[in-house]
Design a protein around this ligand. Structure first.
Ligand SMILES: C[S@@+](CC[C@H](N)C(=O)[O-])C[C@H]1O[C@@H](n2cnc3c(N)ncnc32)[C@H](O)[C@@H]1O
Length: 256
């Protein structure tokens, strides 16, 4: 076993996170720059240092999770969701079962709730939002955001659902109530069933080809027939039919 493989095994034992399912070159680069900053020489020394230093362990977790997110990320796609996808899904079922997988600090599930509230009363909306990173979830539950993450949000939504508190924008309590957050590792934990819509964006890019393919099958199984998978704008599925999907629109796939 080489230095990195031994590290992978140690991390799996310590955290349950399997780094072998993340793209190796990218992950190694990110982690090497972190340990070199601490003047450590290899992954073995890095792991030993993390065992003694809780702060370094949290830096490591931050480095592997990459929580960058924003409201209405790739706004044109959310327009397609609003104009085409949701009306179709709602015509079949008024109470949609929705999952925002790898939701980071909440911008994505909250965007979903805001858009859905144009169609159905907020009290009738319940969105499951999950991430592997407990810190990100804790921040999502606080619901305070900087100007930067609100750049793409339509002005009327900003006015309706946020109040300014000093440097921050606080999200409306009714939006918050529509989202249930839970810790979940996409690469290890079981998936729910019968979802109408699964949103999983900007995380698949970090995974190996094999891990992605397994996830496409699992997402397909987790959807009801006719349900939709919404992926990130660099995450096109090349052969959707292989996984039981048809193309509904760019970056939207329908379970057959
Ligand atoms: C770049 S953010 C994407 C956030 C949001 N979906 C978006 O598109 O703006 C990636 C998120 O994936 C999460 N993540 C990484 N590996 C994961 C895993 N195995 N299971 C669940 N979430 C994971 C990270 O914690 C991070 O919050």
């Amino acid at each position: 076993m080489n230095d990195y493989q031994q590290f992978i095994a140690n991390i799996k034992r310590k955290t349950g996170i399997d780094l072998s399912l993340y793209k190796e070159a990218q992950m190694k680069r990110r982690l090497t720059s972190l340990y070199e900053k601490r003047e450590l020489k290899n992954f073995q020394q890095f792991f030993a240092a993390m065992e003694k230093d809780e702060g370094l362990f949290h830096e490591f977790l931050d480095r592997i999770t990459i929580n960058v997110s924003e409201f209405y990320r790739n706004a044109k796609r959310w327009e397609v969701l609003e104009r085409k996808i949701l009306p179709k899904l709602l015509a079949q079922n008024r109470r949609l079962k929705i999952w925002s997988a790898a939701c980071s600090t909440g911008e994505e599930p909250y965007t979903l709730a805001m858009i859905l509230s144009k169609f159905v009363p907020l009290a009738d909306i319940s969105i499951l939002a999950t991430d592997i990173d407990e810190n990100a979830i804790a921040r999502a539950q606080i619901g305070l955001y900087t100007e930067r993450s609100l750049q793409e949000i339509p002005e009327e939504m900003k006015k309706k659902f946020f109040t300014k508190e000093g440097m921050y924008y606080k999200i409306d309590e009714k939006i918050k109530k529509a989202v249930k957050f839970k810790k979940h590792n996409l690469l290890a934990d079981p998936f729910g069933r019968f979802f109408d819509l699964i949103v999983c964006r900007n995380v698949l890019i970090y995974f190996t080809e094999e891990a992605k393919q397994k996830l496409y099958h699992q997402f397909n199984e987790a959807l009801r027939p006719g349900g939709i998978l919404f992926v990130g704008s660099t995450e096109q599925i090349f052969n959707p039919v292989l996984y039981g999907f048809e193309i509904e629109d760019t970056f939207f796939y329908r379970k057959k």
